[in-house]
Design a protein around this ligand. Structure first.
Ligand SMILES: [Zn+2]
Length: 55
């Protein structure tokens, strides 16, 4: 089974709850700690999103 990890900080759902998101047709997971970063620092998160997109 695939482990769900936060695209930004790589925290596993084994450690924190993660929330499912959709980005450019792909499924991503994000933990609650990283949601504020997405809101306030989108430029920092963007590079992580691009990495996640390649995976
Ligand atoms: Zn995170």
């Amino acid at each position: 089974m695939e482990h769900k990890i936060c695209f930004n900080c790589r925290t596993s759902e084994q450690d924190v709850p993660v929330v499912r998101m959709s980005y450019k047709g792909k499924e991503l997971w994000v933990c609650p700690r990283c949601i504020p970063s997405m809101i306030h620092e989108p430029q920092i998160v963007q590079s992580a999103l691009e990495e996640a997109e390649k995976a």
